[in-house]
Design a binder for this molecule. Structure first.
Ligand SMILES: [Mg+2]
Length: 226
């Protein structure tokens, strides 16, 4: 379906339009799950690291967060965290409007993919609840470096046979913005998520439903993202 209205910078209006999405803090509110799991980690491993310190590094793969926190022996901590996350998974909630918004993108012939630092085994049940046929799902279970490296976004583009110029990435942390920039895809910041963007200031969507402006007008208007 062609985009309606607006001048485009040499973009083929019949081109594939691809919406790549982060999971935690964008589609699903998993903060209570993560907080509960980190509490369990602190107890079992006698760690004096508050959740706020862990949370600051969200968006990176777990092992990379441990490195950022200076915790050398990450594997046993990861095991505790994974088990506790699974046990607390019932605390996850979809953000308001998310399924409707994703269905609207699908109806407008956008193709969708997930690029998350959540392991596949814990991402899968959350994605299944959304009921959307994601054409690509990239997690740390695959090859390559994790965010903020561009690898998972680029791999999702390869999965979809899409160019960076035809894709958007929606994330909620500065590492998401960095990964998108390094992959050459446009970035939209989910203002309802857990983090704040860095410079240059990206477009910020205030709510999941705010993303529908992308469907209405297309992302490639002259002079701005929207
Ligand atoms: Mg996130």
């Amino acid at each position: 379906m062609p985009l309606s209205g607006g001048t485009r910078r040499g973009i083929d209006t019949e081109a594939v339009r691809v919406l790549l999405l982060d999971l935690d803090g964008v589609l699903v509110d998993t903060r209570p799950v993560m907080e509960s799991a980190w509490h369990q980690v602190r107890e079992e491993h006698s760690l004096d690291v508050p959740f706020e310190d862990y949370e600051r590094h969200l968006g990176r793969p777990f092992v990379d967060i441990m490195e950022q926190l200076g915790l050398a022996d990450a594997e046993p901590i990861h095991q505790t965290y994974s088990k506790a996350s699974t046990e607390a998974s019932h605390l996850a909630r979809q953000f308001d409007g998310v399924p409707e918004v994703l269905h609207a993108f699908a109806a407008a012939d956008w193709r969708m993919g997930i690029v998350t630092s959540k392991p596949l085994e814990r991402a899968t049940p959350l994605l299944a609840q959304l009921g959307i046929p994601f054409a690509a799902v990239r997690t740390p279970n695959g090859v390559g470096r994790g965010k903020p490296a561009p690898d998972p976004i680029m791999l999702a583009l390869i999965d979809l046979g899409a160019d960076p110029a035809d894709a958007l990435y929606v994330g909620d942390m500065a590492v998401d913005q960095e990964a998108a920039g390094r992959a050459g895809v446009s970035y939209v910041h989910a203002g309802w998520g857990y983090g704040t963007p860095s410079s240059p200031a990206p477009f910020v969507a205030e709510s999941p439903k705010d993303l529908l402006r992308l469907v209405d007008t297309g992302p490639f208007l002259e002079g701005s993202l929207l």
